[in-house]
Design a protein around this ligand. Sequence first.
Ligand SMILES: [Zn+2]
Length: 87
Amino acid sequence: MNDQTQAPAPNAAPETPPQHVYAPCPCGQVPESLLIEVAQDNKVARAAGNCCATWYVEFLRGNTVDQQVITDRATKAWDAAPRSTTP
Ligand SMILES: [Zn+2]
């Protein structure tokens, strides 16, 4: 007599953060990830879309070497960069 009671909802969602949707690249595609170039002696790093690896934004990484922080800054820079809306 234990059917239909307390069926635990199969929580199929593991702890994966939602996929970030990047702003479209000037090449017309939406990159799935960013290629980040960090030069050791330069506080300015570059991030290019993986769609074409041609367009890039520069952003200030400062002194951090924390990959998560750098990725976060790159993502913000990419999304905030002005881009032409002309097709
Ligand atoms: Zn592109």
